[in-house]
Write a protein that binds this ligand. Structure first.
Ligand code: ADP
Ligand code: MG
Length: 364
């Protein structure tokens, strides 16, 4: 089990980790999801012992790892560009971590060979055993890199965007494959990615990071339907932000039909509604301040641009076959199918207090 508490890290004046608290159970596969620069790699490096925090604690299976040098941590690490040894065969690359152990801890030659054979089978690459890295595709190289990381039976497996350089179709295959490998090995694994789909498909528990903080921990559905901060809402694609008024838990605004949104346990007053362009339906309504300014078709979808009477514009994506006949210049009301609501500065929400902090930061 990995237990991280109040971990902070600054590079000069830049706060890169601002108090990370995270527990990962033994055998769990957790995805760490966040945009570039959010501190994911720094967190992995601290766990690996390649970087030290300014404050906080890191324990693995009850042992304090911050006082343990990197080579004693039994870490398996796979990077996006993992340099396999070019002059070694696949077999020798996988065996490497075992063959370099001090003599007293090194398994015998036949034990290592049997172990490598097992791994080649598990990784579904026995036919590649005698090839050199230059004779492999990118996806095959990452399988070998994972084999090398697994050979030492790591206490913790750290994967930093390991499929980031590969084509979408290969990535999808490797994801499914990694899940199978994880089910068989049960390694405690932290998988870093900036790709939502990858995170959600791989892991039951996804940790969303933004600007050095954990913004939300949850399943794909929870993060998608109930983002706990404005940051997560935006990161999940809710780029339409509307000022609304909360009354008895209901969201209200001119030209907005919020019947599709559930009631919120939040105080009355001004709030901000976050919507994804593909979760908004349009209905003709002559009294609405929103009119259709443009529309273009992508074949499957119609991307509409709605203009408010204040001349502010928002995108709305509708499935082309079920979209109404939209007329440029006509007025439509917005009917959200789902959405997230956060309080504005100065109001006291009774739900999800953290968004207020994030909003304040964004506004100052
Ligand atoms: N060695 C370093 N020295 C100075 N700044 C760094 C160093 N490593 C990372 N950073 C900064 O820390 C922030 C987080 O980086 P990183 O952990 O690599 O994020 P991510 O992996 O999420 O993209 C970035 O702003 C990056 O520029
Ligand atoms: Mg990174």
């Amino acid at each position: 089990m990995i237990s991280i508490s109040s971990l902070t890290k600054n590079f000069g004046q830049t706060a890169v980790l601002r108090g990370i608290d995270l527990r990962i159970d033994a055998g769990e596969l957790v995805a760490l999801l966040g945009p570039s620069g959010s501190g994911k790699t720094t967190l992995l490096k601290i766990i690996a012992g390649l970087e030290w925090p300014d404050a906080g604690a890191l324990k693995v299976n009850g042992q304090d790892w911050l006082t343990l040098p990197a080579q004693k941590r039994r870490i398996g690490f796979v990077f996006q560009h993992y340099a396999l040894f070019p002059h070694m065969t696949v077999r020798d690359n996988i065996a490497f971590g075992l063959t370099v152990r001090p003599r007293a801890e090194r398994p015998g030659k036949s034990v290592i060979a049997a172990k490598v054979d097992d791994l080649l089978g598990l990784l579904q690459i026995p036919h590649l055993a005698d090839r050199f890295p230059a004779q492999l595709s990118g996806g095959q190289r990452q399988r070998v890199a994972l084999g090398r990381a697994l050979a030492i039976e790591p206490a913790v497996l750290l994967l930093d965007e390991p499929f980031g350089a590969l084509d979408a179709a290969i990535r999808r295959d490797l994801r499914r494959w990694l899940r199978e490998v994880h089910q068989k090995t049960g390694s405690t694994t932290l998988f870093v990615t900036h790709d939502q789909e990858e995170a959600f498909e791989l892991a039951d528990r996804v940790v969303v990071m933004g600007e050095g903080r954990i913004e939300q921990i949850g399943s794909a559905d929870q993060i998608h339907d109930r983002p706990s901060t404005p940051f997560v809402a935006r990161f999940m694609g809710a780029v339409v932000e509307l000022p609304v008024t909360l009354r008895a838990g209901r969201v209200e605004a001119p030209g907005l039909d919020a019947r599709g949104l559930e009631r919120r346990a939040m105080a009355d007053g001004p709030a901000q509604l976050f919507l994804r362009p593909d979760a908004i339906a349009l209905e003709p309504d002559a009294a609405s301040p929103w009119t259709l300014a443009h529309k273009t078709s992508t074949g499957a979808m119609i991307r509409a641009t709605l203009r408010h009477e204040t001349s502010r514009e928002i995108p709305v994506d509708l499935p082309r076959h079920s979209a109404p006949d939209l007329a440029i210049g006509s007025a439509y009301r917005l009917r959200p199918l789902s959405g997230a609501v956060f309080s504005l500065e100065g109001t006291a929400p009774t739900e999800a207090p953290r968004p207020v902090v994030s909003l304040k930061e964004k506004r100052t």
